[in-house]
Design a protein around this ligand. Structure first.
Ligand code: SAH
Length: 225
């Protein structure tokens, strides 16, 4: 259960000063998009984790959110958001696969018109839906569904951000990109190296892949065939 008293401002280990230190760290690690850094400094990450973990919310670490899942590391959230925004194209419709705590969705949503986010674990979906609503997000649509199949009924997307790692890129996600749209996705086996990739769709089913740094994500689970 998230911290329901919604202390957005925070104090001590959740204060603005602590958040600003995290932003400095992310800048030193190479995050360059100041709008993204500003968003990280504003969003109360401590509300996206269990209250007992809130004092650790502004460390640059992944933290458990129950059900064997984790809230992504702030660096990775900043990086994926920065990569999603590195385009001339307006981000009208965006899909996130793997809602989890909702933190990545909260950081990304202010930059896009409509953000669809899908989660397969029901209690996480329910908890996060409520949190995002309580925080006042109006352009995030949360859905309980297996995102390894994308979200066909809302496709095409200007960007798809996947926050769990498949061993191989699901073809169907590529097909749900608009022309010029980008898939931001960690790819690789658990326990071995996963790599962050950005795949851009061009006309006539042509795709271009750029590989970024090694990352560590929980697996993207495929429920059915
Ligand atoms: N974006 C999240 C990261 C959560 S970890 C955050 O900021 O907190 C990845 C999440 O992906 C987990 O909640 C996991 O349950 C979910 N997930 C894994 N496979 C999935 C699938 N096929 N469809 C939807 N969600 C999936």
């Amino acid at each position: 259960m998230y911290n329901r008293n919604l202390d957005i401002q925070g104090s001590g280990m959740t204060s603005q000063r602590t958040r600003d230190r995290l932003v400095q760290l992310l800048r030193s690690k190479g995050i360059e998009d100041e709008a993204v850094l500003h968003m990280i400094s504003k969003i109360p990450r401590h509300l996206f984790v269990d209250e007992a973990l809130s004092i650790r919310a502004y460390e640059n670490n992944a933290l458990p959110i129950g059900y064997g899942q984790t809230i992504s590391q702030p660096y990775i959230v900043a990086r994926m958001t920065e990569l999603a925004l590195k385009t001339e194209r307006p981000l009208t419709k965006v899909l996130e696969v793997g809602t989890g705590s909702g933190y990545q969705a909260a950081v990304l949503a202010p930059f896009v018109k409509e953000l669809y986010t899908v989660e397969r674990i029901k209690p996480l979906y329910e908890n996060t839906k409520q949190l995002l609503r309580d925080l006042g997000y109006r352009n995030i649509r949360t859905l309980l569904s297996d995102g390894s199949w994308g979200l066909a009924k809302e496709a095409p997307f200007d960007a798809i951000v996947v926050t769990a790692a498949p061993e191989q890129v699901p073809e169907v996600l590529l097909e749900q990109l608009a022309e010029g749209g980008r898939l931001i996705i960690p790819v690789g086996q658990q326990g071995t190296q996963q790599l962050l990739q950005v795949i851009t769709r061009y006309p006539e089913q042509h795709y271009e892949t750029v590989t970024y740094e090694p990352v560590q994500f929980v697996p993207l689970i495929r429920d059915k065939n």
